[in-house]
Design a binder for this molecule. Structure first.
Ligand code: FES
Length: 526
């Protein structure tokens, strides 16, 4: 089996029974904020795109690149489709000209021509990707690979049960706006960033340890930021709180925890996976288009060169954002108020007003608009306390309205082109709501929360004297594997959420109480 690195989370898998192109992403995403790094735009995409199968793991724009798919990917390719609750991924791919779809069943192996086997696990909570994220398992000729991508399943047992996995591709770097956009003192931002960076690595080690594959490929990031406004987010400034470590940092951190089987793929690198025998470990031979260590040693120079080359692309995108004819307040009222009316769980979960400060084109004035979740209204800010405040350029919101964007996470928030402040803890419902600005998505997310609210988590697990519900109140990770207790605080390592055991209170987000009980150890009287 041959794996060709095609940048970020993208790869081409070639087997004797056909080829699969995964998540080809080349054009900038999220308001021209994210670019693939290392640059993959100069690869021979005509050849790479001539494949038998296409797998797009989810609809985040650094995985689903409509322009690139249109131009370069063979429309006769059969799409391996994850089993998502909404048809949006299929609809968007059909609109690009794809007509052949294999609608997979989540966690079920599908056998294709020539003995090629695939299995896709679809994650479907409102907090997974843009409502849905997935991983692809492939087997051919005795070799098994798992492209976990940036999906975060609660465990990998369903893949491990299919036999030893030889190559494991997974995310290790950041893909979020926290904590950089928060209006915090620099020292606090660095401390939070460092925590986040450590947690990302811890989660990665845990997944690696779960699967124990012969070879580990760090993929799915980090992106690079080429606009001057965002240049500081690249991990080239010696900031220990930067959440975007690259593949070379992964390799040195992995070595510190004893990892010796990491394989870095640059765009154009080719790994050949072979087996000496059914029971023997697989071996991997990788060739690179350039020396990997030298490449990362010159990272800043590569980024500077890319910045210059891509500047016209960014300028063209920026020129398309302004739509001064749009009445932003009126348009938001029209779009969001009916959804607020229908939202029970998310509106209650947000529990307060969320304010958007829109900075005018010349930066001289600000229009403040409030999405009032309890009052079910969108209205001008009325000098009140708000749950969250976002400050961004008015033109970005105009553009979202203009293109009728139903997912502000997959556009505005991931762009990092805003600053934020909040009172109290992180609130997942704020972001869940703003990725559901359409009837179909809102109904789905409300239904999901309704179902999960009613689930009784009866199983327990034990931490010393504490008996705790086995499944994490966040996204149901098995706490007997992901939980660690320090004093009275339990941390679930899947996303790093913390719980105060005596009170059951979630210390990371509102709601999400945990059931925990302490058994007093018998005291003997002297
Ligand atoms: S499942 Fe997300 S923190 Fe536990």
């Amino acid at each position: 089996m041959r794996i060709t690195g095609t940048g970020h989370a993208s790869m081409r898998i070639d087997t004797g029974a056909g080829s699969i192109l995964c998540d080809p992403w080349v054009n900038p995403a999220f308001f021209a904020s994210w670019f693939p790094f290392p640059d993959n735009s100069l690869l021979d995409w005509e050849t790479l795109g001539d494949v038998d199968y296409l797998y797009v793991s989810h609809l985040h724009r650094d995985h689903f690149d409509a322009a690139h798919l249109t131009q370069f990917v063979n429309k006769k390719a059969t799409v391996l489709l994850p089993e998502y609750p909404t048809s949006q991924l299929e609809d968007e791919l059909r609109a690009l000209g794809f007509t052949s779809f294999l609608r997979t069943k989540s966690n079920q192996v599908h056998e294709l021509d020539g003995g090629l086997k695939v299995m896709i696990q679809a994650l479907i909570s409102p907090t997974d990707g843009p409502i849905g994220d997935s991983s692809l398992w492939v087997e051919h000729d005795g070799i098994r690979v798992l492209n976990q991508n940036d999906a975060r399943p609660s465990d990998l047992s369903v893949f491990a049960e299919l036999g030893h996995v030889h190559a494991h591709m997974l995310q290790f770097s950041g893909a979020i706006w926290y904590p950089m956009v928060y209006e915090l003192p620099n020292a606090a931002k660095t401390a939070f960033g460092k925590q986040k960076r450590d947690r990302q690595f811890d989660r990665t080690w845990r997944y690696i340890d779960d699967l124990k594959a012969d070879h580990v490929f760090p993929i799915a990031g980090p992106p690079c930021f080429l606009d001057d406004d965002l240049w500081q987010f690249n991990d080239i400034h010696g900031d220990e709180g930067n959440i975007f470590p690259d593949q070379s940092v992964f390799m040195s951190e992995y070595a510190k925890v004893g990892g010796t089987n990491g394989v870095v793929l640059l765009p154009g690198s080719v790994s050949e996976l072979t087996m000496a025998g059914a029971e023997a470990p697989s071996s991997v031979e990788t060739t690179h288009p350039t020396d990997v260590d030298e490449f990362f040693a010159n990272k800043t120079a590569h980024l500077e060169e890319m910045r210059e080359r891509k500047a016209p692309v960014i300028a063209a995108e920026k020129a398309s954002w302004r739509h001064p004819e749009i009445d932003v307040l009126g348009a938001l009222k029209k779009r969001i108020e009916p959804l607020l009316e229908e939202s029970i769980y998310m509106a209650k979960g947000v529990g307060g007003p969320v304010r958007f400060d829109l900075v005018s084109y010349d930066g001289t004035s600000v229009e403040s608009i409030v999405v009032d979740f309890p009052g079910k209204q969108v209205r001008p800010y009325a000098d009140e306390k708000v749950r969250y405040r976002f400050r961004t350029q008015r033109e970005l919101i105009e553009h979202l309205i203009y293109i009728d964007e139903g997912d502000w996470v997959n556009s505005l928030f991931l762009s990092c082109r805003f600053s934020a402040a909040r009172i109290g803890q992180y609130n997942e419902f704020v972001y869940a709501f703003f990725k559901c600005l359409s009837e179909e998505r809102l109904q789905y997310a409300e239904g999901w929360y309704d179902e999960h609210e009613k689930e009784v988590d009866a199983e327990d697990t034990q931490f010393g004297d504490w008996t705790v519900q086995r499944r994490c109140p966040h996204l149901k990770a098995d706490l007997s594997r992901f939980g660690i207790v320090d004093g009275n605080v339990l941390t679930c390592q899947l996303h790093g959420w913390k719980f105060d055991l005596p009170s059951g209170r979630c210390l990371t987000s509102v709601g999400h109480k945990i059931r925990a009980e302490k058994h007093e150890t018998e005291k003997t009287e002297a």
